[in-house]
Design a binder for this molecule. Structure first.
Ligand SMILES: Cc1ncc(COP(=O)(O)OP(=O)(O)O)c(N)n1
Ligand SMILES: Cc1nc(C(=O)O)sc1CCOP(=O)(O)O
Ligand SMILES: [Mg+2]
Length: 230
């Protein structure tokens, strides 16, 4: 079975070196995968291409060392060039997550192949209409948010007037009902949000800081997965 077919979006870690309070990315991924996270995204707005390839290597090794290479997907944020270069170097990167202003999903599919996992950030304005009508032929899932305003990405959900528009649980439940592909929700997600999110029927949650900035990332991750599976 390909990773695309085996895709489990329920507990999704997004991580880069700027999120770890100086701790190695690889160690946090190792702890989080051991805690049952099901997909990892390498995302950094400060790392060079070469550094990103290194983080992809670290992530792929951490997943493989946990014996989860066939189960836990590894994707990179934004950078098709990085995914291609990492693969060229023999690193198992399963796919990419792109946003509305990034490389089109169809181009990613063309270069990454039929087995690649491709995620797309749903347009935040008119979210429900967008997911109903979007061309989903090349994508495997939608990412949407924010659930809450977040310091990790202060621009998430910010309208032209400067106000942050967050996603209500009702809207997330509707998204889960109408989206033609699975969707995940992130942005300020904390442990206390998980029961409500689970009840919406959404495919999963994504987090950065709740795990990467925790004193004990493995413990924080285990609490999240236990709450999701409860
Ligand atoms: C799972 C997931 N969902 C949404 C995003 C946001 O992607 P994007 O809109 O491209 O913004 P940046 O992450 O590039 O700042 C994501 N990365 N992952
Ligand atoms: C990468 C990303 N995208 C978002 C969106 O709403 O599109 S929020 C986000 C960062 C989420 O970080 P944290 O879990 O620390 O709040
Ligand atoms: Mg992007």
């Amino acid at each position: 079975m390909s990773m695309r077919e085996a895709l489990d979006l329920s507990a999704y870690l997004v991580i880069g070196p700027e999120n770890t309070k100086g701790r190695p990315v690889k160690g946090i991924i190792r702890d989080v995968v051991a805690a049952g996270f099901t997909i990892v995204q390498v995302r950094s707005k400060v790392a060079s291409a070469k550094e990103l390839i290194g983080y992809c290597r670290d992530a792929a090794e951490a997943i493989a060392e946990a014996g989860r290479a066939d189960r836990v997907a590894l994707v990179a944020d934004d950078r098709l060039d990085v995914v291609l270069a990492a693969r060229e170097a023999g690193i198992k990167v399963d796919g990419i997550h792109v946003g509305q202003s990034d490389i089109p999903a169809a181009v990613c599919r063309k270069y990454l192949g039929d087995d690649a996992v491709i995620g797309l950030s749903a347009r935040t304005r008119e979210l429900i209409d967008y997911v109903r009508t979007a061309d989903i032929s090349d994508i495997d899932y939608f990412g949407a948010g924010p659930l809450h305003e977040t310091a990790t990405k202060p621009e998430a959900g910010r309208s032209a007037s400067g106000r942050v528009i967050t996603r209500s649980l009702e809207e997330i439940a509707e998204l889960a009902r109408v989206s033609p592909v699975p969707a995940v929700i992130g942005g300020g997600v904390k442990l206390a949000d998980i029961p409500d999110l689970k009840r919406t029927g959404i495919a999963g949650f994504f987090v950065v800081s709740t795990v990467t900035e925790a004193d004990d990332p493995g413990r924080a991750a285990a609490a999240l997965t236990a709450a999701w599976r409860a």
